[in-house]
Design a protein around this ligand. Sequence first.
Ligand code: DAH
Length: 332
Amino acid sequence: MIDELRAIEADAVAQIAGTETLEALGELQRDLLGKTSALGGLKKTLGSLEPDARREAGLVMNEVSEALRGAFETKKNELEALERLARAEAERLDLTEVRTSLDGGHLHLVTQTIEELEDVFVGLGFSVAEGPEVEDDWHNFTALNFGQYHPARDMQDTFFVGLGGPKEVVMRTHTSPVQIRVMEGQEPPIYSIMPGRVYRNEATDSTHLAVFHQLECLVIDRGITFAHLAGTIDRFTKAYFGAGWTSRLRPSYFPFTEPSAEFDIQRPDGTWLELGGCGMVHPNVLSNCGIDPEEFSGFAFGFGLDRLAATRHGVSDLRELASTDIRFLEQF
Ligand code: DAH
């Protein structure tokens, strides 16, 4: 009996090792361990043995059953791992596949505008900086010299984010907070532009979007004057639009500049387009960023990119810029 059991074990182990699929393994398990198996048959004859022989044969029978169960378990794990691998291989995507058809898409008009302007400013010696769209009150308002009760902090204009204390975290309402980040992170001289997306809590119409884009410009150095500001705006206007375009400044107010101005650009046909705000960086703003206003001065300006792109490309409704209509998008 014991010899028989050992023979069954050796044969079974060889069969298990040679199995190639989970399905075949399941069948084999029924054949080798089931009631009608050779092992099952021997189990039935166990009762007819003498007590000593029965005890001994019983022990070996348990050993063999254990060994076979273990062999099945090991083989099952091995086949499952192979199957997972095969499935992963079959589902693999070729990410190096190159799309060669002509309708492969292109950059959005606003992105094209940002890249063109970056080229213009980099050509004038500026570097490009970026900041987060979710901002804290310090960068978006306080460091920019907004008084605590400035109306721009009001719910009307600002989307607040449910993080931190009440009204502490906002969707940035302009790109000016990036000025603060640049000044906090770097010593003057600073010649930087900062393009990006901004958010205002207001109704959209053909000339207003709640999510739009601005480009900010910041210069901090020794001896910077208002003439540098006016000259830079004029240089960029001509570089971007063409020699026939000019610019003008009108007195205005912003908490973070003193004096402040708004600037317009003049089309070759003589009509004016209001573009943005500018001014000499307020001494409080410099101090807030650890820059000595006695030693350094600077100018800043910021303007909307969507309106700029729309004017240049004859788009009459700004909301088109946020549309996914391919007939609109593929025109640019
Ligand atoms: N941040 C202002 C706005 O969104 C625009 C602006 C005005 C930016 C004056 C400036 C500046 O850098 O000096 O309305």
